[in-house]
Design a protein around this ligand. Structure first.
Ligand code: SAM
Length: 261
């Protein structure tokens, strides 16, 4: 089965770093003894945020062996990395910060997951989450279309994997309500459009190869990966055009909340 490819994911590191640091900006400064980075990926952001916020102990949790292998290169006293499923993760009201950047959308049932994550917060503990919300962009609709065409449709048994963002991510106002109902004070939830000037529409293919196309690679035999990417590239160019550079708009939801003291 195809695992995450940290190198492919990191090709757009700079563009992906901006929302991460915007999220970190939402975290109120002060002593952070114990924190967790859920869906930490290759770990470089985990280490960077531990330094930026002066976190005493930060645990990065991920269920990708390749990502954890990359993360293990960042040995630090204050930071550790462990295998775990963020969909089930919780803890006993003992964390000052629960952080999850670009990870929550991979799991379903956000109301129940958020309840478990909020249950891990100590009094005055903070929750900070960023999820993509770009599932209606033509580049994302293009991959779903290609997956519904032959020969891929048959390879998926007529049921291509759904886009997790479309299936799992809630509306911003719903997240605000859920955070309020879970007892977080003054929840801050916003939809932000990140502007990315890409060399061309084809560059968007390289971007999605590292993330949203993973769901197709996990289900397709290896010899169908390249033909899938080729058909997708063709569809992307047909939908986005040949303009150079290509202006790629990317919507994301950032959310923050704090437990009462
Ligand atoms: C898009 S990457 C984000 C990585 C990192 N947070 C960042 O901002 O660069 C999503 C990460 O979530 C992890 N992930 C997805 N579903 C997961 C699950 N159920 N349990 C643990 N990790 C998961 C993936 O393995 C991947 O490393």
């Amino acid at each position: 089965m195809a695992d995450w490819d940290p190198d492919q994911y990191d090709r757009f590191k700079e563009q992906r770093a901006q929302p991460f640091w915007d999220l970190v900006e939402l975290v109120h400064r002060g002593a952070i003894e114990r924190a967790v980075d859920l869906g930490c990926g290759s770990g470089d952001m985990t280490v960077a945020v531990a330094d930026r916020l002066g976190i005493h102990h930060l645990t990065g949790i991920d269920n990708s062996p390749a990502m954890l292998e990359a993360a293990s290169q960042h040995g630090r006293v204050a930071v550790s990395f462990v295998y775990g499923d963020i969909a089930r993760w919780t803890s006993d009201a003992d964390h000052d910060l629960v952080l999850a950047n670009a990870a929550l959308h991979w799991v379903p049932d956000h109301v129940a997951v958020l309840e478990r994550w909020v249950g891990a917060l100590a009094p005055e503990g903070q929750l900070a989450i960023q999820v993509p919300a770009n599932h209606d962009h033509p580049s994302y609709l293009a991959s779903a279309h290609v997956a519904s065409q032959e020969p891929f449709a048959s390879a998926f048994g007529g049921e291509p994997p759904p886009d997790p963002v479309a299936a799992n991510v809630l509306a911003p106002e719903r997240y605000a309500t859920v955070l309020h109902e879970l007892g977080l004070a003054e929840p801050h939830v916003r939809l932000q459009v990140y502007p990315h000037v890409m060399q061309s529409a084809e560059a968007v293919v390289e971007w999605t190869k590292g993330t949203s196309l993973m769901r197709f690679f996990k289900r397709l035999p290896p010899e169908m990966h390249d033909p899938f990417v080729d058909a997708y590239r063709e569809e992307v160019v047909a939908r986005l055009g040949l303009a150079e550079p290509y202006f790629f708009t990317f919507k994301r939801i950032l959310m923050w909340g704090r437990m009462h003291g």
